[in-house]
Design a protein around this ligand. Sequence first.
Ligand SMILES: [Zn+2]
Length: 68
Amino acid sequence: MSDMPSPKPCPICGKPAVMEFRPFCSRRCGDIDLHRWLSGGYAIPAVEQDESENEATAPRPLGPKPER
Ligand SMILES: [Zn+2]
């Protein structure tokens, strides 16, 4: 019954977001999200790099093959 646009809730604390800090309710929540992003973004490629490095050091995935 109302044409009022419902503001999206802050993804961090769930409070209604503020225009100035969209999509967050405050700068603090934006900072929290940014930190999450950074820590997550650093953690994921770090693991992938480790894995590919492991593969590079193991050229024989099938193990030693006795050849005569
Ligand atoms: Zn918030």
